[in-house]
Design a protein around this ligand. Structure first.
Ligand SMILES: [Zn+2]
Length: 360
């Protein structure tokens, strides 16, 4: 580093370096780190913004989706132009990050993260950060984190509530705490239950804090807790996970990385001869999924016209159409399987499923 660049760098990060546990050494450590943000929705945007400004050396952004007008209420890296042009979120976010901090290396991947590409994208990360909208990909991240010994910062925000938890090497993992969260009724998603930006920013700030503690070499001070936040009351609860590691845990105990073994094709298949894609929940959890069609009908009512036929929910989405404006017809079975009609794009169908049916 030339003297000139070093001086500019010192000035840029001066206020951050004044924090005693960061200092010049911590800043140097942050500048050598590689943070991977998976999902560039509300959480991903906010975390990427914080880490870019904090001077993380390499920042990788992964997202499969495009910007829509309804994202602008809370996804801070996007503009009306991004939504009008339906630009890929990862690329729009990278462009904005480059404007925020041109000195860091930012890469964008417009892709659906799955078992077949996860290690390529995540293998050399210093820290993995969760900006996801579905539990399946969170479990995949958890598998990668445990297998590689990479820290993973879990985070979620729906409605006015959010939570954050660090998964650190050789400590409790996400599945020690949530062994089979697919059981029970469909979980609310931001698309069905809404979300407020205040909730998102509180959660993202907490995630970024844990990532900076790790990247600056201060792992010991990281609070080993499941942190939960309610934006309405302002109440924070912290449940210790320090002794929560489960020796029987499928992932970190048995080292059975189910989600790293699952095939992408197995989960989203274009139906032969039909303008439709079938979504099948991951095998390991299909047995525990029970989609109550009546509950799902209530959740989806604001978004389309749906009816229950036997154990199936059938209907047409009102606010989402396929490329070209074709109507999306949805059939959801009680085992969680779904057929998304009106498209042959597996990534689009998978995204729709996660947003409206299988999220959390
Ligand atoms: Zn575990």
């Amino acid at each position: 580093m030339s003297d000139d660049v070093a001086a500019q760098s010192d000035e840029r990060y001066h206020r951050q370096q004044l924090i005693p546990w960061i200092g010049a050494d911590g800043q140097r450590s942050i500048s050598r780190a590689h943070a991977v943000v998976v999902g560039c929705g509300a959480l991903g945007c906010a975390v990427a913004d914080i880490l870019a400004r904090a001077g993380v050396g390499r920042l990788t952004l992964i997202d499969r989706d495009v910007v829509e007008p309804s994202n602008l209420q809370r996804q801070t890296l996007f503009t009306e132009r991004d939504a009008r042009e339906r630009r890929p979120k990862a690329e729009s976010a990278r462009a904005r990050v480059n404007e925020i901090n041109s000195r860091i290396e930012c890469r964008a991947w417009v892709d659906h993260l799955c078992a077949e590409n996860a290690l390529d994208y995540l293998g050399d990360a210093t820290v993995l950060i969760d900006g996801l909208d579905n539990i399946r990909t969170r479990f995949l991240l958890n598998d990668v984190a445990v297998q590689r010994g990479t820290p993973y910062i879990y985070g979620g925000a729906v409605g006015t509530e959010g939570c954050v938890m660090p998964v650190l090497p050789n400590e409790a993992c996400l599945r020690c705490i949530f062994p089979e969260p697919f059981a029970g009724p469909p979980q609310p998603t931001c698309d069905t239950a809404g979300v407020l930006m205040s909730t998102v920013l509180a959660v993202a700030a907490r995630q970024a804090m844990l990532a900076l503690q790790w990247m600056s070499g201060n792992a010991a001070q990281i609070s080993r807790t499941l942190w939960s936040f309610d934006a309405v009351s302002g109440r924070v609860t912290m449940a210790s996970i320090a002794a929560a590691r489960d020796p029987q845990c499928v992932c970190c105990g048995q080292r059975n990385f189910e989600f790293l073994r699952a095939s992408c094709e197995e989960q989203a298949t274009v139906l032969c001869g039909r303008n439709a894609v079938q979504i099948v929940p991951a095998k390991s959890v299909a047995a525990t999924i029970r989609c109550d069609p009546q509950l799902l009908r209530t959740a989806l009512a604001p978004h389309g016209n749906f009816e229950v036929h036997g154990s199936r929910l059938v209907g047409t989405m009102r606010e989402v159409t396929a490329v070209g404006g074709e109507a999306i017809e949805l059939t959801v079975f009680s085992d969680g399987r779904a057929i998304v009609g009106g498209t042959t794009d597996p990534i689009f169908a998978r995204t729709l499923y996660d947003r409206f049916i299988g999220g959390s």
